[in-house]
Unconditional design. Structure first.
Length: 220
């Protein structure tokens, strides 16, 4: 049996797909039929086309299979990265507003689910700061990254923000049980942050004259 070349196989597949019986087939079904027919022709060539034809067909089949495996692997990795939240990330899969996170925190606190309430309250803080453009809306942000960036915009709260980030990490990754005291502390921080304004920049000439030691008001 003479091996069938790639062009000849493609021509035959195209002629087959033009038959009336395939008019109602979806594009995916047509592609599947074309690929299976092409591979079938190559297999025929590998089994009955002589040594040279068989080797060429086997190599082509191997390359096709490897290519499909690579493409499938890439798609699976992309889907996995898209579906899973970043390791150590602050937010979950759903994008909620600060008010929604805050309401969820209050609901969880009312049920005595302090660890979850603490997580939602810090998420409310983070989203509120993003909505007010005090921090950038960075995907995959960690609690520590939030505290560092927010502490720059609101230096008077830097220490409390760092403590809130540690509390979030403790109940989320450290196996520490949340407490009512820890939640109330974070809730109080949230309320005060909502009223806070960023510290103004010091005037450019403030350091040059040396007459005034003020470099800006505290953000509290």
């Amino acid at each position: 049996m003479t091996p069938i070349g790639r062009d000849d196989a493609a021509r035959r597949a195209a002629e087959e797909l033009l038959k009336p019986g395939y008019e109602k087939e979806s594009l995916l079904d047509r592609l599947y039929r074309y690929v299976t027919q092409f591979l079938g022709d190559l297999l025929d060539g590998a089994t009955g086309g002589g040594t040279t034809g068989g080797v060429i067909a086997a190599v082509v089949i191997t390359l096709i299979i490897l290519g499909v495996l690579v493409l499938v692997g890439r798609q699976l990795r992309k889907a996995s990265r898209a579906a899973a939240p970043a390791a150590g990330g602050l937010f979950g899969e759903r994008a909620l507003t600060a008010a929604e996170h805050r309401a969820a925190a209050e609901r969880l606190a009312a049920e005595g689910r302090w660890s979850e309430a603490i997580r939602e309250r810090l998420r409310a803080i983070a989203r509120d700061l993003e909505e007010r453009a005090l921090v950038d809306g960075m995907p995959g942000r960690t609690a520590d990254e939030l505290a560092a960036e927010a502490g720059t915009a609101l230096p008077g709260f830097a220490a409390e923000l760092a403590a809130a980030a540690r509390s979030f990490d403790d109940v989320t990754y450290g196996g520490v049980e949340g407490t009512q005291e820890a939640y109330l502390s974070m809730s109080d921080l949230d309320e005060r942050l909502r009223q806070a304004r960023p510290a103004p920049l010091a005037p450019a000439h403030a350091g040059a004259g040396g007459g005034s030691g003020a470099t800006g008001r505290d953000a509290r």
